[in-house]
Design a protein around this ligand. Structure first.
Ligand code: CR1
Length: 839
C-alpha cells in the first residue's frame, strides 16, 4: 500500500491511490468503495444520505494526507500558533466547502453526473453543524477558513454540543423550538481523539501547603471531575496544502466516577451522576447577545477552556522544557468573554501545577491573551455571582481576587483617591449580590482589546470600557469584521462567481480586492445583462423554495426586500413590519395606488425565553396572513417568514436579495456581518449609521446606499433630553394609523390584547427608538422604490456594491489580527509528493 503515490499523468490512473487520487475515474471508484464498505450499501440500496456520506468520506480521505502533513510541518518547525477560543462555531455545511477548498468540486460533479446523480442534491442532504447562535459564531467559522487560506498556523477550540441551535418551526404564527439532533445519522467530518483526553475538575475547596523548597503553595481539592474528549474537524485552506484543526471538546464521565455509590448498590444513581457530567456539552444555550447566568453555562465555559489550555500546554511541553518561550509560540484569542475564565485558568495551571512564580506567570498570561468584544448591550455583559463562582471554581475565585488586589493597587497609584474609578474597574462588582465581571477580567488579563467595527471600537473606548481605555489606550485596536468569499460567494452564488471568474479571472477568491476590477465593466452591456440574468435566476430559485415551504406564490420580478438575522428588539424587525403595515394602510385607503411590488422576506430565531422577540415573530406572521390573503393588497405585496433560518438557508437567500435591511438603532449593532454578505452578492442596503454599515457606505459610496435615521450621538442626546415616544404617535398620522390598526385587532382577528405588550413597550418606553426613526425610514423606503423603478440605475448600483466590497473579506480581518495583535506569520505547507492539481 503506497502511502504517497507518485502521480504524474492520466496514464497513471491504475496505480493512483483510491484514497488520494484526484482523477475523475479514481474518485468514482473511491466513492463506490466508501458507499459499500462504510455505509454498507450498493447503489441500488443507497438512500440520498448514504450517497452524501460516501462522497464526504471520499473528500475527507483526500484531506487527511494534507491535514497530517500540515500538522507535521507545524511541529517540525515549532511554529507560533494562533489558538482561537470560542464557545460557538456556526460552521454551516461542510461538504461543499471542502470540495471547493481542495479543488474537487468540478470533478465530483462530473463523476456523479455520469452516474445520473446531482452533486447539489447530495450536498443538500447534510445536516449543518449549528454550533452557534448568530454573527459571533459565524464570524469564528469565517476566521477559521481565512486562517487556513492564508496559511497561518492556527487551531480553533470550542465545544462539541450534542444539540446545536434548536430547529425552529412556525405554528399558528408562533415560533416552536425542536431539539437539533444533528449527530443522529453520524458525522463524517470529525475524528475523535480519545488519546488526548483531559480531566477537568470542579467544586471542592483549596488547601495551603509548604512545598519541599519551603515555598507556600495552594492546591485545589476538587469534589468531582469530568473528562474531555477532543473531536477534530479539518479546516482546509482554499486551494493550498494547509489543513488546520478545529478541536471541539465533548464531556464524558470519569471511569471511576462514582464507585462508592456504585458499590453501595445504587446503580441508578451512579448512572444518573454520569449523565449529569455528560450534560455539560449536551446543548448550546440559544441566546444571542443576552447573558444567561446559569451555572451549567459557566461549567461549559470552564470545561472547554480548561481542556484547551491543558491541550496547548501538553503540545508546547512536548518540544520545550520550561515556559520561557510559551508566549513566543502561542497566542490566545478569546471570542467575547465566554472563554475569559481562561485567564484565571492559565494562572492556576502555571502557578499551582507547574510551579511558576506569580509575577512570571502573570507576565506570560498577559502576553498570550487578547480579547475581542462583540457587544455594547449591557444585558449581554457576563457577570457571575461570586457565591456560584466560588462553589464551582474555588481556586479561580482566589486567583481572581489576587489579580484584582494587585490591579487595584496599581490603579490607586496612578489615580490616587479616586474610589469611583476603583469601583468601576474592579473585577468584583460590590453590592447586595457580589459579582465577578468577566469583561473586566478579560481587559486586565489581555495585551490587546478590540472591537469589531470602527464605531463599535470608538464606543468601547468612550463608554463601555472607558476606564480601561484611560488606563491603557495602547491596548485598544479595531478590527472590522469580514466574511469569507469562498462560502458566501463561490459556494452560495455559483453563477455570479462564474461570471466574475470569466471576466476577471479567479484571483478575487484569494484577494477579494480584485473584485474591484468589475467596476470597469459596469457599462458593458453583455456584463450588465449577465448580472441581471443571474439575479433574476437566483430570485426565481428562492421563489421556488418559498412556494415549496410556505405555499406562497411570489413574483420574482418584485423587489425582494429581506431582513434575516436573530430576532432582537435592537435589530428592529418591527420597523420593517411597520413599513409594511403603512403600505397596507395606503392600499386600503386608495386601492388604485401605484406602488412598486415588493416581496418582504423575514427569517431568524428568537431566544426561547425572550417573550418580546417571540411576539414580534407572531406579529410578522400575522401581518403576513392579512396581507397575503387580501387580494387588493397581495397584488402588490407579499410577506414571507422563512422558518429555521440557518447558514444553509442564508446561502440561498443572500444571492436572491435586492434590498438588505440593516436597520438597528444606531450604537447597538456592534458590526453586523449579513450586511457584508448581502452587499457582496449585489444587494443594496437600507441602513442606519450603525456597526459596519458605516464602513460599507464609505466603501460603496453614499449614492449606492440608502441611509436613514438617527446617529449614535443623536440617539444618545435624545435619550438624555428625555425621549417620549407618545409625541411621535400624537404628531404622525401614518404612524398613528399603524398603531391604531394593530391596537384594534386588525392583525389578530379582532383580539385587542394579543399585541398589547408590543404596543405598550413602544408607546411607553420604545428603548430602541422605533417611533423616532419611523418617518425617516418611510421616506427612505420611498427613495428605494423610486430607485427600483429605474432598473438600469438599480443594476449599476448593484454591480458597484459587489465591486466595492473587497475590504470586507475575512482574509483582510485576519491579516489585521495577525499583524496588529498576534504577530503571526504564514507558514506555507508544501505538497508532500508531486500531486496532480486540478486545473
Ligand atoms: C454582534 O451583535 C457582530 C457579531 C460578530 C455580535 C454583531 O453585530 O457582527 O457579534 N455580538 O462580531 C454578540 O453576539 C455576544 O455578542
Amino acid at each position: 500500500y503506497q502511502k504517497h503515490p507518485h502521480r504524474t499523468s492520466e496514464a497513471a490512473v491504475q496505480i493512483e491511490d483510491d484514497r488520494t487520487g484526484m482523477n475523475v475515474e479514481t474518485l468514482r471508484r473511491a466513492f463506490l468503495d466508501n458507499l459499500y464498505y462504510i455505509q454498507g450499501k450498493d447503489l441500488q440500496l443507497a438512500t440520498p444520505y448514504d450517497l452524501y456520506m460516501a462522497l464526504s468520506y471520499t473528500v475527507r480521505d483526500r484531506l487527511l494526507q494534507r491535514w497530517l502533513h500540515t500538522q507535521e510541518v507545524y511541529l517540525q518547525q515549532d511554529v507560533r500558533s494562533v489558538c482561537y477560543l470560542s464557545a460557538e462555531y456556526l460552521l454551516g455545511r461542510q461538504l461543499g466547502n471542502a470540495l471547493i477548498n481542495v479543488g474537487l468540486y468540478e470533478q465530483a460533479r462530473a463523476f456523479l453526473k455520469e452516474m445520473n446523480l446531482d452533486l447539489r442534491d447530495l450536498m443538500e442532504q447534510e445536516i449543518e453543524p449549528g454550533l452557534g447562535n448568530g454573527g459571533l459564531g459565524r464570524l469564528a467559522a469565517c476566521f477559521m477558513d481565512s486562517l487556513a487560506s492564508l496559511e497561518i498556523p492556527a487551531i480553533g477550540y470550542g465545544i462539541r454540543y450534542e444539540f446545536g441551535i434548536f430547529a425552529q418551526s412556525i405554528r399558528d404564527g408562533w415560533q416552536v423550538e425542536q431539539p437539533d439532533r444533528w449527530l443522529r445519522y453520524g458525522n463524517p467530518w470529525e475524528i475523535p481523539r480519545p488519546e488526548y483526553l483531559v480531566e477537568v475538575k470542579f467544586g471542592g475547596h483549596t488547601e495551603g501547603y509548604i512545598d519541599p523548597a519551603g515555598q507556600y503553595r495552594v492546591s485545589w481539592v476538587n469534589d468531582r471531575s469530568v473528562l474531555g474528549t477532543p473531536y477534530d474537524y479539518p479546516v482546509p485552506g482554499y486551494r493550498n496544502d494547509t489543513v488546520n484543526t478545529l478541536r471541539l471538546w465533548s464531556a464524558r464521565a470519569t471511569e471511576d466516577f462514582n464507585f462508592q455509590v456504585f458499590d453501595s448498590g445504587d446503580f441508578a444513581r451512579a448512572v444518573a451522576d454520569k449523565t449529569y457530567s455528560e450534560n455539560i456539552t449536551k446543548v448550546l444555550y440559544p441566546n444571542d447577545n443576552t447573558y444567561q447566568g446559569r451555572e451549567l453555562r459557566l461549567e461549559q465555559q470552564y470545561f472547554f477552556v480548561s481542556c484547551s489550555l491543558q491541550d496547548i500546554i501538553r503540545r508546547y511541553l512536548s518540544y520545550h522544557s520550561d515556559f520561557e518561550s510559551f508566549a513566543d509560540k502561542v497566542t490566545l484569542q478569546i471570542n467575547d468573554t465566554h472563554p475569559s475564565i481562561g485567564i484565571a485558568e492559565l494562572m492556576r495551571l502555571l502557578v499551582d501545577e507547574y510551579l511558576v512564580g506569580w509575577d512570571k506567570a502573570w507576565q506570560i498570561t498577559r502576553r498570550v491573551f487578547a480579547y475581542t468584544n462583540h457587544t455594547l448591550l449591557s444585558e449581554a455583559l457576563e457577570r457571575w455571582p461570586v457565591a456560584l463562582f466560588g462553589n464551582l471554581l474555588p481556586r479561580h475565585l482566589e486567583i481572581i481576587y489576587e489579580i484584582n488586589r494587585r490591579f487595584l493597587d496599581e490603579v490607586r497609584e496612578r489615580f490616587p483617591e479616586d474610589e469611583g474609578r476603583i469601583a468601576r474597574l474592579s473585577l468584583i462588582q460590590e453590592g447586595s449580590q457580589k459579582q465577578v465581571r468577566m469583561a473586566n477580567l478579560a481587559c486586565v488579563g489581555s495585551h490587546a482589546i478590540n472591537g469589531v467595527a470602527q464605531l463599535h471600537t470608538e464606543l468601547l473606548k468612550k463608554d463601555v470600557l472607558a476606564d480601561f481605555y484611560a488606563l491603557w489606550p495602547e491596548k485598544f485596536t479595531n478590527v472590522t469584521n469580514g466574511v469569507t468569499p469562498r462560502r458566501f460567494l463561490l459556494l452560495s452564488n455559483p453563477k455570479l462567481a462564474l461570471l466574475l471568474s470569466e471576466r476577471i479571472g479567479q484571483d478575487w477568491l484569494k484577494d477579494l480586492d480584485q473584485i474591484g476590477r468589475i467596476e470597469s465593466l459596469v457599462a458593458d452591456p453583455a456584463f450588465r445583462s449577465a448580472w441581471q440574468q443571474i439575479k433574476d435566476d437566483n430570485k426565481r430559485d428562492l421563489a421556488e423554495y418559498i412556494l415549496q415551504f410556505n405555499q406562497i406564490e411570489v413574483d420574482p420580478d418584485s423587489l425582494f426586500d429581506i431582513q434575516v438575522k436573530r430576532f432582537h428588539e435592537y435589530k428592529r424587525q418591527l420597523l420593517l413590519a411597520f413599513f409594511i403595515v403603512t403600505l397596507y394602510n395606503r392600499l386600503k385607503r386608495q386601492p388604485d395606488l401605484e406602488i412598486v411590488p415588493r416581496t418582504f422576506i423575514f427569517g431568524g430565531k428568537s431566544a426561547p425565553g425572550y417573550a418580546m422577540a417571540k411576539l414580534i415573530i407572531k406579529f410578522i406572521n400575522s401581518v403576513a396572513r392579512v396581507v397575503n390573503s387580501d387580494p387588493q393588497v397581495s397584488r402588490h405585496l407579499k410577506v414571507v417568514f422563512l422558518a429555521n433560518y440557518n447558514v444553509s438557508l442564508a446561502q440561498r437567500i443572500y444571492p436572491a436579495c435586492d434590498l438588505s435591511e440593516q436597520i438597528s438603532t444606531a450604537g447597538k449593532e456592534a458590526s453586523g456581518t449579513s450586511n457584508m454578505k448581502f452587499a457582496l452578492n449585489g444587494a443594496l442596503t437600507i441602513g442606519t449609521l450603525d456597526g459596519a454599515n458605516i464602513e460599507i457606505r464609505e466603501k460603496v459610496g453614499p449614492d449606492n446606499f440608502f441611509l436613514f435615521g438617527l446617529t449614535a450621538q443623536q440617539v444618545y442626546d435624545l435619550k438624555a433630553r428625555g425621549y417620549n415616544p407618545r409625541d411621535y404617535y400624537d404628531s404622525n398620522a401614518e404612524l398613528r394609523e399603524v398603531v391604531d390598526r394593530i391596537s384594534a385587532g386588525g392583525f389578530s382577528g379582532g383580539d385587542t390584547n394579543l399585541f398589547r405588550p408590543l404596543l405598550d413597550s413602544l408607546l411607553y418606553r420604545d428603548d430602541y427608538l422605533v417611533f423616532a426613526d419611523y418617518q425617516a425610514y418611510i421616506d427612505c423606503q420611498e427613495q428605494v422604490s423610486q430607485a427600483f423603478r429605474d432598473r438600469e440605475r438599480w443594476l449599476t448600483m448593484s454591480i458597484l456594491n459587489s465591486a466595492r466590497m473587497g475590504y470586507f473579506s475575512s482574509d483582510r480581518s485576519i491579516r489585521e489580527y495577525s499583524r496588529n495583535i498576534w504577530q503571526s506569520e504564514p507558514v506555507p505547507v508544501e505538497p508532500e509528493s508531486p500531486a496532480i492539481r486540478p486545473a
